[in-house]
Design a protein around this ligand. Structure first.
Ligand code: SIN
Length: 179
């Protein structure tokens, strides 16, 4: 029998969790930053033209805001099984501490999907202009890569989260679309 568990979403899991949860609240993890460094050959791209989706990178003093979801013990197994399928394009599970604010001392341990540098779809750092161009040209089973960028940026604004990297890519993608 499982206990209730916390899951932290920092990408599509913020605006589209797709699983049952008891409660949710915006949460922050420390020592990590969100980057469009993970390739997507399923949801937001195809193997010939991978999209760019977010992963987390270690950075001293970095912060990353997202959504913490509490999943009831009875649902934990099903939720993790379905997320393992959804996130199978290179993400693996990690446990990190979730805080309600950067000043909080106590948090909960949450499960997080991270695209580590040794996964086959990892793309790594690139100039923002190049990332934006790649985004514009990619589309996968879940829709256009640009839509992922816009939804993520909107979801972060909705929880009052700052993320210069995400907002810069959003602006560049919009500029290319308008040109
Ligand atoms: C997440 O949302 O936490 C993982 C990355 C994604 O599915 O976009």
């Amino acid at each position: 029998m499982h206990a209730d568990k916390w899951i932290f979403g920092y990408g599509s899991l913020i605006w589209n969790p797709g699983f049952n949860y008891i409660k949710k609240y915006p949460a922050v993890i420390q020592g990590w930053v969100r980057r469009f460094w993970q390739g997507s050959t399923d949801h937001r791209g195809v193997p010939e033209a991978p999209g760019r989706v977010v992963t987390l990178e270690l950075q001293e003093h970095g912060v990353c805001w997202g959504m913490a979801y509490k999943v009831a013990s009875a649902d934990v197994e099903n939720v993790i099984n379905s997320l393992n399928i959804r996130e199978q394009g290179g993400y693996s599970l990690k446990k990190l501490k979730l805080l309600k604010s950067v000043k909080s001392k106590n948090g909960v341990i949450g499960m997080i999907y991270i695209g580590k540098p040794d996964n086959p779809n990892y793309l790594g750092p690139e100039k923002s202009e190049k990332i934006a161009e790649q985004v514009i040209n990619a589309r996968g089973a879940s829709g256009p890569n640009a839509q992922y960028v816009y939804r993520l940026a909107d979801a972060l604004r909705n929880i009052g989260a700052e993320d210069p990297h995400v907002f810069e890519i959003e602006r560049m993608v919009k500029d290319i679309e308008k040109a």
